[in-house]
Ligand binder design. Sequence first.
Ligand SMILES: [Zn+2]
Length: 228
Amino acid sequence: MNFPRPGDYIDIHNHDSKHAEGVFILNNLMAHEGILPEYQSGIIHSLGIHPWFLTENHHDILLGFVKHYAPGNSISAIGEAGFDKLKGPEMKLQHRTFAEQAALSEELEKPLVIHCVRAWDELMSAHKELKPKMPWLVHGFRGKKELAMQLISKNTYISFWFDFIVRPEASVLVRSIPIDRIFLETDGSGADIKEIYRKVAADLGMTTDTLKNHIIKNFKELFKGKPL
Ligand SMILES: [Zn+2]
């Protein structure tokens, strides 16, 4: 059983994660890397097809890999999956691959981690079309409050972009979003999750320990309290 302990920081989106004392990590495996997880205390994994590394030629192989390994106990979430207007294949293929991964998230009852760049209309319409019961988690968020609230109304959690959230101007956004919907992440950048917590806790006028408690609660909601 691998679950955050009281007092843990949670890094909800990272890559190539190493064990770090007091930090619980959702590590993202991308199908094109072809890497399988090894059990490590304090680290759980999601597996998916990142839109940057999706091509028509490799689609079937990548999807086959995800479908084969995603049902296993070592995979706790699906993704990152999503839409990117700046990098990646044509939208039709991105949409199809996203829908396939969202279907897997439903079937396996594992939450879906989402990468979305300048394609919010596509994401919203995918939600409308697919009507998922599982929660979605949008990582790397740096948009406006209105967009965040629109996502939250669709049972989505928001994890802020590590580089944006430590800026002074991010304070207003942090305060305007319901605390039961937020997560923090480092996304493979090497940023210090503890520093990010400190900044956000200060923005919210609470202690880091209180913020940790909120985010652990969110984590339990996201994973429905299931052992991972
Ligand atoms: Zn990522």
